[in-house]
Design a protein around this ligand. Structure first.
Ligand code: NDP
Length: 348
């Protein structure tokens, strides 16, 4: 059973030497009977690379909504797996599940299993790849849905700006905004990604923030009358530029601040234009997906027909093999992924 461990806590940008692929003992393909009653043994098929995993690699210094990884232990994260053996009556060998699993070939998930894993019932028809449960049908999908529809409360005709717009969450927010009848513009970090936004995801306009000497001017060009809704994925200089371009009574959903995740406290960007929140009577609201899990069935029922009839596109960036997992995760912080980054560990 190969597994990827965190070797040591990370300061600054994560590097491959912070993680290690260990080859462990052969695992029996059945539970041994020594596990807690209700445990499940799974074969991991797909693992998800998510930006929130970076803060979990830091030495725990303060309260956080998610616990730090433990050096020496397998990294944990979202994934898709097949049940090989189960002492939980709700799951049987052969069942497909998604949820929290380990960065390893096989994982034993201990009770309460249903807190970590959900059974997949919609696979095997209508063009729904199993890997989508790391993205559009998984945590990033619910994040986009909750963040846009619940937190931003969009109205038809409003203007929407999305940063990190070609990524796992951003590509969905853009398409949800278009479906809601909004005018949507995205930013991304390469020419290829900007093209994807305009041609594949139906953004009305897009720009490469790395090639804009003045972010405020780029936003002014795209939103001459201002922004009603900002879906914040990056923070830093982009947030400051957006604040000055918001319309009165605008809403900002703070989903993530990826530009800040690898910076030490003293290096983090200050937000200089917070005064705009008062002057423009803005609502700025952070949210985390785990608080909204109860909306998943509603979201899944809403999104599946759009996937099946091709209304929604979803672009994935698939790294092959557990040995490529650490590099794939690191790539998120350098914009190497084009679309949702995931790792294929074994065939469906
Ligand atoms: P993505 O698939 O968008 O991958 C990360 C992307 O971020 C990179 O491809 C890169 O794109 C961009 N990026 C990296 N570094 C920087 C930087 N310094 N400045 C600007 N952009 C940068 O990731 P996700 O869609 O999974 O996540 C997007 C955001 O949503 C993250 O901030 C994440 O933490 C947050 N999130 C929050 C959740 C919640 O519950 N609140 C749940 C899930 C995600 P580019 O080439 O365009 O720069």
């Amino acid at each position: 059973n190969r597994r990827v461990i965190l070797k040591e806590y990370v300061e600054g940008y994560p590097r491959e030497e912070h993680m290690e692929l260990l080859r462990g003992a052969e695992v029996p393909l059945r539970l041994t009977g020594t596990e807690p009653a209700g445990s499940v043994l799974v074969r991991n098929l797909y693992l998800s690379c998510d930006p929130y995993m970076r803060p979990k690699m830091s030495r725990p210094l303060r309260e956080s909504y998610t616990a730090a990884f433990v050096p020496g232990d397998a990294i944990t994260g979202y994934g898709v797996a097949r049940v090989l053996d189960s002492s939980d009556p709700r799951l049987a060998p052969g069942d497909l599940v998604w949820g929290i699993t380990g960065w390893e070939d096989y994982s034993v998930v201990t009770p309460p299993v249903t807190k970590f894993l959900a059974k997949i019932s919609h696979h095997g028809g209508g063009g729904v790849p199993l890997s989508y449960y790391t993205g559009i049908l998984g945590m990033p999908g619910l994040t986009a849905y909750v963040g846009f529809h619940e937190i931003c409360a969009p109205k038809k005709g409003e203007t929407v700006f999305v940063s990190a717009a070609s990524g796992a969450v951003g590509q969905l927010v853009g398409q949800f905004a278009r479906l809601a009848g909004c005018h949507v513009v995205g930013s991304a970090g390469s020419k290829e990604k900007v093209e994807l936004l305009k041609t594949k995801f139906g953004f009305h306009d897009a720009f490469n923030y790395k090639e804009e000497p003045d972010l405020g001017a780029a936003l002014k060009r795209c939103f001459p009358d201002g922004i009603d809704i900002y879906f914040e994925n990056v923070g830093g200089a982009m947030l400051d530029a957006v604040l000055l371009n918001m319309r009165v009574h605008g809403r900002i959903a703070v989903c993530g601040l990826i530009s800040q995740y690898n910076l030490a406290d003293g290096e983090k960007d200050a937000v200089r234009n917070l005064g705009a929140v008062i002057a423009k009577r803005l609502r700025l609201q952070g949210f985390i997906e785990p608080d909204h899990k109860h909306l998943y069935p509603q979201y899944e029922a809403w999104v599946l027909p759009y996937i099946r009839d091709g209304t929604l596109a979803y672009v994935e960036d698939v790294a092959e093999g557990l040995e490529s997992a650490s590099k794939a995760l690191i790539g998120l912080f350098h914009g190497r992924n084009v679309g949702k980054q995931l790792v294929r560990v074994a065939d469906d």
